[in-house]
Design a protein around this ligand. Sequence first.
Ligand SMILES: [Zn+2]
Ligand SMILES: [Zn+2]
Length: 216
Amino acid sequence: MNYIIIPVTNFSQNCYIIWCKKTLHTAIIDPGGEYKKIINVLAKNKNLHIKKILITHGHLDHIGAAYILSKIYKVPILGPHKKDIFWIKNIKLQKEIFQLPECIFKNNIWLEHNQIIFVGNFFLKIYHSPGHTPGHIIFFNKLNNILFSGDIIFKGSIGRTDLPKSNYNDLLNSIKNNILSLSSNNITILPGHGKITNIYQEILSNPFLKFYKNKI
Ligand SMILES: [Zn+2]
Ligand SMILES: [Zn+2]
């Protein structure tokens, strides 16, 4: 699996272009805005076959350009989990909260815990990870030990839980059950904002994971 990161919106949200090296089948993860910037990057990589758009959660900084790109490339939008319907239905509220341009968002498929999504020859496993939003999902590629964590965990931090429908305990449980439980610590985390990190590093230095560090 190869990937490119495109930071979009005032929140520097990491939109990821990921593809299978063999088939060049490609997915766009969380195109949160600035669709022209994303199109420009894809235009420079003309060999890629865009097949789908994947969404971690319903916040505007992660979905803002999804619908327009799905129309341009004629590809479906998959995700998030249906429990994020509150955020999808309240785009106007999101515009107020995040101060971002309004958008249309209609997905084709909600995703479920343990579901498998293929991109060419590799696949991503879905983990429903509530806390930051009720329907947040993360994508794990076991073959390459890469986790797309959305707004669940960041380098040195965790997702916000001060927003409507967020829940701090749920978020910590999601991190514990779906991230720290992954078999290897040697897993690269590609987060929704900020720098790349890995699970081992976060267990050592992320202040929000002290509860876990003390146990090992
Ligand atoms: Zn978010
Ligand atoms: Zn975000």
